[in-house]
Each structure stands twice: as structure tokens, then as C-alpha cells.
Write a protein that binds this ligand. Sequence first.
Ligand SMILES: [Zn+2]
Ligand SMILES: [Zn+2]
Length: 162
Amino acid sequence: MVTFKERLEAARQVLEAASTGQRPVGLADQIEAAGRQAQGLLRRTAELLPREEWHQEERPTSDSLEVRARILVALEDCRVCPHLQTGGPQPVWLLLPLHRADCGLCMSTTGSPPPDEDDRCDWCGSRRARRFRPIILQHHAVVAIGYACPRCAKALLRAGAK
Ligand SMILES: [Zn+2]
Ligand SMILES: [Zn+2]
């Protein structure tokens, strides 16, 4: 079985390879616009969240590779809604406890996390942690929401805090 560490490393390599290529100008604009929209969505979402202490991270990060790699790995366990698969760049809601990557429309449909995953880290899949930290972060056009084990929380927050 492939471990989380191996998946993370593979994601890092993919991202590093991808960062050397250039995107067509029109697409880059669209992605940037989706990113701005996502930032607005993050703020609104933060207002709607329960009082529980959600850690918010919305700054674009200098060590974004770490955050992006972790988002990619988490995405592998998600079902992507049909609109994201066919439409142009738009904000993506990564609802990790639900294993869903949704567009703005689909994210408002209800769902509940699998019943046996109370002890599962939404970010790395580990079941060893006892405590979890709720984290919502926006990275370009992606707003990711999920509970993180101490290890993942540390890595995500450290990457974002720089
Ligand atoms: Zn959708
Ligand atoms: Zn974790």
C-alpha cells in the first residue's frame, strides 16, 4: 500500500515539474479570477461556520508547494462534481470530511461524513490522532475545509504562516 508520505512526495514532484511550464494567458486570467472569488467565499464561509475554533488561513503562501501538495493528495480521496470536471476554472470547495470536491452550486447540497471516520484525519487519512484541529484554508481557487491531525495541522499552518 502506498503511504501518505509517498503520495505527498509524488504530489510535490508533480507540482515542481508543473511549475516550470507556462499557462496560456487567457487561462491564467481565469484562474486568477477564480482565486479572487474563492477568497470572498472563504470570508463568507468563515462567518457561517459554527463557533468552534476554526483556524483560517487565507494568505497566499511562500511555501505554497507544501500546501498545494497536501491539497492534491487530499483531492485523490474526493469525488469531483460534474461541473468542475467540464466547466472552466471556478472556485473549488474541498469538503474533506465528505470526500467531495464541489463547485459553488453542489457544495450547498447536504451530506454527512462516513459514520466510521470520526477518528480519521481528513488531510492524511491517519487514524492515530486523538485530537483534531479544524482548518479552513484558501489557496488560489481552492477553499479546503477539514479536520487535521496534529501533524497535518502543524505542516499546513507552518507552510501558511510564512
Ligand atoms: Zn457542481
Ligand atoms: Zn493528518
